[in-house]
Design a protein around this ligand. Structure first.
Ligand code: ZN
Length: 178
């Protein structure tokens, strides 16, 4: 697994790799994707190294999606896009290729040849109910959102290399994804 040092996204944030930066604040940065699906394809990332979305503190998740929304608006205004896709590839089976959480904003036009479609799977009523129950059991715990920036988490000196605990956490998160 990539360490902070070898992480491509961290190197973009640290300007060790040149990038076309379109937005930056104290928490997040947005750059043009050099291998973008369409001209104007941006990715928005936290400046701190979090491999997957579950590790990103609420305040930063909030900022990341706020900025993604504004970047999407900027794409409509400046590039004449007719739509945007805003998506996250979370985990290797979901298509994540770099171990640093990012949000993609892709400008879309009719008949631009980008295919993000899938074949619907028909579930039986019973299968659907089972899934619903399992999910509801977990979503009961949603709602205790972190109000402010966690100073300790943000300021604590961190080793450059992921700790064993973090590696293990990441591996576990990956395994539980389908
Ligand atoms: Zn990183």
């Amino acid at each position: 697994m990539a360490t902070r040092e070898s992480c491509l996204v961290c190197q973009i944030v640290g300007n060790q790799i040149p990038s076309k930066k379109v937005y930056e604040d104290e928490l997040v940065m947005a750059v043009l994707d050099v291998n973008g699906a369409n001209p104007g394809h941006c990715f928005i990332m936290p400046k701190k190294h979090y491999p997957i979305i579950e590790q990103v503190p609420d305040i930063e998740i909030g900022r990341l999606f706020q900025v993604s929304n504004k970047i999407s608006s900027a794409i409509f205004e400046s590039l004449g896009a007719q739509g945007t896709n805003i998506f996250v590839a979370n985990g290797i089976p979901a298509g994540q290729t770099v171990a640093h959480f990012t949000i993609n904003v892709i400008p879309r036009k009719e008949n631009d040849g980008i295919n993000l479609q899938w074949q619907p799977k028909q579930l039986s009523e019973e299968e659907m109910s089972t899934v619903e129950l399992k999910l509801k059991e977990q979503t009961k715990n949603i709602g205790h959102f972190e109000k402010g920036e966690k100073k300790a988490r943000v300021r604590a000196p961190k080793p450059v290399i992921l700790s064993e605990e973090e590696e293990e956490y990441f591996a576990k998160q990956m395994r539980r994804l389908p």
